[in-house]
Design a protein around this ligand. Structure first.
Ligand code: SF4
Length: 201
């Protein structure tokens, strides 16, 4: 955890004051968009749409324009609006179990994990292609192409985040992927995992 304390990235959705609404909307916006891009936009988004209720009553065209700076605006606007409408009906409460969470509009495995992690405080991995890259380099390659169904990666990621600070360990791996274990040229000389890593150039 020392590496994260010194090198972790600071984002508006990582504050102690971050609400469940902010944590989950940020994760929805982060999908397929660089965190730095979302970071410049997120405070404005939260000022304009401070709650599920306010977001649920947004005009779809207005929302699309609003989401334009981070790309994929049509798809994102539709899915986040549908989720907001459902969450507004539910008074902001997510279902307790994975099956119920995944039945909400626009929620797949990754966002369901985020809900379990941030809202229900259960250790779940934010396993995306970036986290997968670090885990595969350190521990060995996955068996299946699709991360969501690869039992090896899923079990490995779950095992790693089953600790006292699951949120921080998730963020630490994601930050290591973004700053050190880069896709093309990993900076192994600066990596805290170099002594245990299996990856060779
Ligand atoms: S040692 Fe290199 S390849 Fe292994 S996790 Fe660190 S940066 Fe990635």
């Amino acid at each position: 955890m020392c590496w994260f304390d010194k090198n972790g990235r600071d984002f508006p959705w990582r504050r102690s004051s971050t609400s469940n609404y902010q944590a989950i909307t940020s994760e929805v916006l982060l999908q397929r968009t660089r965190a730095e891009t979302v970071a410049t936009f997120f405070p404005r988004f939260i000022r304009e749409f401070p709650s599920w209720r306010r977001l649920s009553s947004a005009n779809i065209r207005h929302l699309e324009q609003y989401l334009k700076p981070i790309g994929l605006w049509r798809r994102r606007a539709n899915s986040i609006l549908a989720l907001a409408q459902e969450m507004s009906r539910r008074n902001g409460r997510f279902p307790k179990d994975r099956e119920g969470i995944e039945s909400l509009p626009g929620i797949g495995q990754y966002i369901a994990n985020a809900v379990l992690l941030f809202c229900h405080h259960l250790p779940q991995p934010l396993l995306d292609i970036n986290m997968a890259r670090v885990l595969e380099r350190v521990f060995g390659p996955r068996k299946l192409a699709d991360i969501r169904y690869d039992p090896y990666l899923q079990h490995l990621a779950l095992k790693i985040v089953r600790c006292k600070t699951p949120v921080q360990i998730n963020w630490a791996i994601l930050d290591l992927a973004a700053t050190t274990c880069l896709g093309r040229k990993p900076r192994c000389n600066n990596c805290p995992l170099v002594s245990m890593c299996q990856w060779k150039d």
